[in-house]
Design a protein around this ligand. Structure first.
Ligand SMILES: NC(=O)c1ccc[n+]([C@@H]2O[C@H](COP(=O)([O-])OP(=O)(O)OC[C@H]3O[C@@H](n4cnc5c(N)ncnc54)[C@H](O)[C@@H]3O)[C@@H](O)[C@H]2O)c1
Ligand SMILES: C[C@@H](O)[C@H](N)C(=O)O
Length: 374
């Protein structure tokens, strides 16, 4: 109980230390949709006095049941209305997702079905989250090729055919051992050694090619490893940095599959989703590039363990290195150089390691206490 009180006090202090919460910042920083016609309300809901529902984008999120999609849908729905954001995936959604807004089946490998969804729902923005991540991809190269490359071709063709704005995330995994690692610049050698990385470099290049050749409004951010409390990672190399929090709160023991000194770029999910929305709303003329690095913090498993132990001193971490994941991580950036995003569309992260750990431990501890009460 003492821990919870301490955490809540800290979380409140952190919230107070920030000038505005991320949602509030979104409204004041509103780009793309005229700020003069928008007003923010205390509830954080967007209100558009001058525009009707037809002025707002209609968004389709593919691969929406992964680590990031549900959170993005929630944020977008607050901004543009529940029915203007359609989540899709090939899996059955949990009840709370099914009942919280439009959800449909969509397999990105089925071009005809994708076209039907875009046409029938008058889609104007497409957020393409479907992917096979780095570790799973190395175990199933054929699947990763199909989903990450053939699937992407379908998305770019549909978006071009229907004049959509399309967001495709790239990743630190789009770099490899011959890229400069600390920090990794926006433009440098990209020779990744995973099918995931190769497919993401392909996505960056194809999207930029379609932009220059056909005028496609292609937008791409290279995300670091993303850390979230209420959604699970989908089989990547950075997964340990989410799993350690759950283990720390539940059992106090964690077996880490990367070496303790493996430094990687990471970001709290709220920063990642806010970056995505701000970038999607940025007026096209401010975007000098179509692919940007975004950075927040970098840490090793040792650093993360020490920071968590400030709240949960009994946490014990052992190491059982997975050679596949370790080889991947050893070729990835330690930090991304992101000054272009900061300059062109105002990117600014809010969470560094101390705030991340406090927020994650608070969410997971509170979540467990609520679960135990029922
Ligand atoms: N989570 C991270 O740390 C991170 C970091 C960098 C980039 N990214 C990128 O962000 C995007 C979202 O990541 P995530 O962590 O939510 O991924 P995830 O692995 O958790 O989810 C991917 C989703 O894609 C779906 N999918 C698979 N095959 C599909 C198909 N044929 N048709 C439609 N959907 C299909 C899966 O069912 C799954 O729900 C991905 O493109 C990923 O590469 C994520
Ligand atoms: C970094 C990112 O792309 C993903 N979390 C992975 O590890 O594969």
């Amino acid at each position: 109980m003492m821990l919870v009180v301490q955490l809540l006090k800290g979380a409140a202090k952190h919230a107070g230390s920030r000038p505005q919460c991320s949602v509030e910042r979104l409204f004041t920083a509103a780009r793309g949709i005229s700020s003069s016609s928008r007003q923010s309300s205390a509830s954080g809901r967007s209100q558009c006095s001058a525009c009707t529902d037809t002025d707002l984008p209609k968004v389709l999120i593919t691969g929406g049941l992964g680590q990031l999609g549900v959170g993005l849908a929630k944020m977008l729905r607050r901004r543009i209305g529940k029915n203007n954001v359609i989540l899709s995936d090939i899996r059955k959604p949990p009840n709370h997702v099914y009942h919280n807004g439009p959800f449909i089946f969509s397999d990105i490998l089925d071009y005809k079905n994708l076209r039907e969804i875009v046409v029938n729902n008058n889609i104007s923005w497409l957020v393409h989250y479907s992917a096979v991540l780095s570790a799973v991809g190395e175990n199933n190269v054929a699947l990763a090729k199909e989903v990450n490359i053939t699937g992407l071709h379908n998305i770019l063709d549909i978006a071009t055919e229907h004049g959509l704005r399309v967001f495709v995330p790239s990743t630190i995994g789009a770099f490899g051992p011959s890229s400069p690692r600390d920090p990794t610049p926006e433009l440098c050698v990209q020779r990744p050694r995973t099918i995931y990385g190769v497919s993401k470099v392909h996505a960056e290049l194809m999207g930029e090619y379609y932009h220059h050749r056909y005028g496609l409004d292609f937008r791409c951010l290279r995300y670091p490893g993303i850390i979230s409390a209420d959604s699970q990672p989908g089989g990547g190399t950075t997964d340990y940095a989410v799993q350690i929090f759950h283990a720390a709160v539940k059992t106090g023991q964690f077996e880490c599959n990367l070496r303790g000194d493996t430094r990687l770029p990471m970001m709290y999910i709220d920063d990642c989703l806010r970056a995505t929305l701000e970038f999607l709303e940025a007026p096209a003329e401010t975007l000098i590039n179509r692919t940007y690095n975004i950075n927040a913090m970098s840490f090793t498993p040792h650093d993360l363990t020490q920071e968590i132990q400030k709240f949960l001193p009994d946490l014990k971490v052992t190491y059982n290195v997975d050679p596949v994941r370790q080889a991947i991580a050893d070729g990835w950036p330690m930090a991304l150089e992101d000054s272009a995003a900061r300059r062109d569309w105002g990117w600014k992260h809010e969470y560094d390691l101390p705030e991340l750990v406090q927020t994650m431990v608070t969410h997971i501890t509170m979540g467990n206490q609520v679960a135990q009460a029922y």
